[in-house]
Design a protein around this ligand. Structure first.
Ligand code: SF4
Length: 214
């Protein structure tokens, strides 16, 4: 694990990220808060591409909790069976739809506690929805952010909660909203797991990773 970088170095890193991509976007397709919530819940242990493929048709017919209930669990399974753990995910999506209809008039709540109380919604899913839909500076730490944060020293931590804290404590406030997407995209396409593309990395000179690739 790299040592925590200082404030000015982190500011320079995020200034470069911002210059290269001023409005970074998530890669999960959705048309409203509900479809975003479902897409994020389906994406656990699956790729965004795989989820987008499955939801392209699904969201045309079930873009609200009530329409999801109308479709039914078996109907949902037909759409998502290419995604890992689809049986369990389908059960949770149906239970979630029922709660949203019964308790929230079919709307998606905008608090972390309420989101996390929904079946199949953990802290990471709640943070993604809070960040992408309501533009809260919430930090959802996934495998890409965890790897990048620990290699570079931007937000090192022994587990995802420690990395989340390191982001909140050390990333300048004006970069907090987009920090999540900049780091995911950097981890997904440049600071990749097996052989990071350090020679093409725009923060190579600032990164603490000792085993940079040539
Ligand atoms: S220099 Fe290499 S290890 Fe450091 S952030 Fe860039 S790609 Fe990752």
């Amino acid at each position: 694990m790299a040592k925590q970088l200082d404030y000015h170095t982190i500011r320079e890193i995020f200034t470069r990220f911002q210059d290269s991509e001023p409005e970074p976007k998530g890669e999960l397709d959705h048309v409203n808060a509900y479809t975003l919530l479902v897409a994020v819940a389906l994406s656990a242990q699956a790729t965004d591409k795989g989820v987008n493929k499955a939801t392209a048709e699904l969201f045309k017919i079930a873009d609200t909790p009530q329409k999801m209930l109308d479709l039914g669990e078996e109907g949902l399974v037909e759409h998502i069976k290419t995604i890992g753990l689809y049986r369990n995910k389908a059960k949770n999506v149906m239970k979630m739809a029922k709660i949203l209809v019964d308790d929230y008039d079919g709307e998606v709540p905008c608090s972390r506690a309420a989101l996390q109380a929904l079946p199949g919604v953990g802290r990471k899913t709640a943070n993604v929805v809070l960040n992408m839909w309501w533009r809260y500076p919430a930090q959802a730490v996934d495998t890409h952010i965890f790897r990048f944060g620990n290699r570079s020293g931007v937000c090192p931590g022994k587990d995802v909660v420690a990395v989340e804290r390191a982001i909140e404590d050390n990333i300048p406030v004006d970069f907090q909203l987009h920090a999540h997407h900049w780091m995911i995209l950097h981890g997904r396409y440049t600071c990749v797991a097996r052989k990071p593309k350090c020679n093409a990395c725009l923060i190579r000179d600032l990164c603490q990773y000792e085993d940079k690739t040539p």
